[in-house]
Design a protein around this ligand. Structure first.
Ligand SMILES: Cc1ncc(COP(=O)(O)O)c(C=O)c1O
Length: 434
């Protein structure tokens, strides 16, 4: 039985207005169908509330940024103080310098920082910087890797149509055909195949971009190390997309957790504390391409953003990072995730539902398949209808998650975890009976 209240008249009217004014009745974020959809009224701590009086335990967390939970008092206080001093200047502010300094302290490969407002812009800029440094055009990404919605990123990210490696498959209408000639695709976790592609194309390659934890798929032993070696051999910048993993897997991100240091990194989400901020970071000799006094005119990247390094976002980021630096934080975050993912796997095993819980303790999900999940193609056999049902049944129990991710936060309490485990049991029974 659903624990949710039926849609209120107010929520129904809002959904109708969303349909009228927003394509797909959404902002380009997670969407839920019109029937079981809801409109968010507010978020507090580990919970989201809708306009029909429902409370949800939130594992979507704004698609990752809200690692402290919604409206964390330390972030709210810092932002409130900042608001009194103006909201944007189009000039360098003290807080932006402070945040850049803290990022360089935390993230192993970061020697310098250039702020952007979205993760999409950050990965786009990383690729452009690699091209400026290498004076070559092609970039290599991995099948199933997501790097935002720019033309180079929307290739072989989530298509059912498969091509022979290294040929890309565009995932969006409106991408010029010529872009396909500049993107090579490799299979994640297959070091031999990736090395072959890099060897064959190294002379044209500007950079290699990878999500070190691809969506929820962990890197196989030696994969990132091998990728590091082969890219270093040809002086091809290795770019980690840590928009999700940065300050989440560990304070220093995936590069700290896995012990592999790239040349550049794109970070976003957590680092902006829930405000629009992301960053390109990396080796000083690559980052100098953003400084016209350091490189020739034809090697300079004039990256300009009206809101880049926005002081309110930088303040929220600094306040968030200060909380994350407190002792025991990551142990606690991992502990919450470990309890939940273990319970989820056990529950599905007991119900004899073929499923694997895949990922890191801090961000994971279930794949309804027997096949070992190591790359994009091994996810294609998963039962997608069951996944949709799983997400819908959880929502009925007051558990909100991303379509293919549970994000953990420090705001999730023991009671939240217990309620979620009970919901897993109820959902597993329904899936078993379906
Ligand atoms: C790994 C990764 N890179 C880049 C992006 C794009 O970030 P944004 O949505 O801020 O543009 C995302 C967004 O979810 C992401 O998961």
């Amino acid at each position: 039985m659903s624990r949710r209240n039926p849609q209120s008249a107010e929520e129904k009217a809002l959904l109708q207005r969303a349909q009228r004014y927003l394509p797909g009745a959404q902002n380009g974020n997670a969407s839920s169908s019109f029937e079981d959809g809801f409109i968010v009224k507010e978020g507090r701590g580990s919970k989201i509330y809708d306009f029909s009086g429902n409370e949800y335990i939130d594992y979507l967390l704004g698609s990752g940024p809200m690692i402290l939970g919604h409206a964390h008092p330390a972030v709210v206080k810092a932002v409130r103080q900042c608001l009194e001093r103006g909201s944007t200047y189009f000039l360098t502010s003290g807080v932006a310098i402070e945040l850049a300094e803290e990022i360089c302290r935390a993230v192993p490969c970061a020697e310098m920082v250039r702020f952007t407002t979205s993760g999409t812009d950050a990965t786009f800029q990383c690729l452009r910087a690699a091209r400026a440094y290498r004076r070559r055009d092609k970039v290599l990404k991995f099948e199933g890797g997501y790097h935002g919605s720019h033309d180079y990123a929307m290739m072989s990210s989530y298509s059912f149509q498969l091509a022979d490696f290294p040929k890309p498959v565009p995932n969006s209408a409106g991408i010029p055909k010529v872009i396909q000639e500049t993107v090579l695709i490799a299979p994640f976790n297959d070091l031999d195949a990736t090395t072959r592609i890099i060897r064959q194309h190294h002379d044209q390659l500007a950079g290699v971009i990878v999500e070190p934890l691809q969506r929820i798929i962990p890197p196989a032993a030696g994969f990132l190390e091998g990728l590091r070696d082969v890219t270093a051999r040809y002086d091809i910048p290795l770019i980690f997309d840590e928009v999700v993993t940065g300050f989440r897997l560990a304070y220093g991100g995936a590069q700290e957790q896995y012990g592999v240091e790239p040349d550049m990194v794109a970070i976003g989400k957590v680092v902006g504390g829930g405000y629009p901020l992301a960053a390109v970071c990396g080796r000083a000799d690559i980052m100098r391409h953003y400084d016209s006094s350091q490189v020739a005119e034809d090697a300079y990247i004039p990256q300009v953003g009206t809101l880049s390094g926005n002081p309110i976002a930088a303040t929220a980021g600094l306040a968030t990072l200060a909380e994350l630096r407190k002792p025991g934080t990551y142990q606690r975050l991992h502990g919450i995730g470990r309890r939940l993912r273990t319970a989820l796997q056990e529950t599905l095993d007991q119900a004899e539902i073929p499923a694997q819980v895949v990922g890191d303790d801090t961000v994971f999900d279930v794949c309804f398949t027997d096949e070992k999940v190591t790359d994009y193609r091994s996810t294609l056999g998963a039962n997608r209808d069951r996944m949709r049902q799983f997400n819908r049944l959880l929502l009925e129990q007051g558990i909100l998650k991303a379509g293919q991710k549970f994000y953990m936060s420090l705001a999730h309490t023991d009671e939240d975890v217990q309620r979620t485990i009970e919901a897993f049991q109820s959902v597993a029974e329904k899936l078993q009976a379906a």
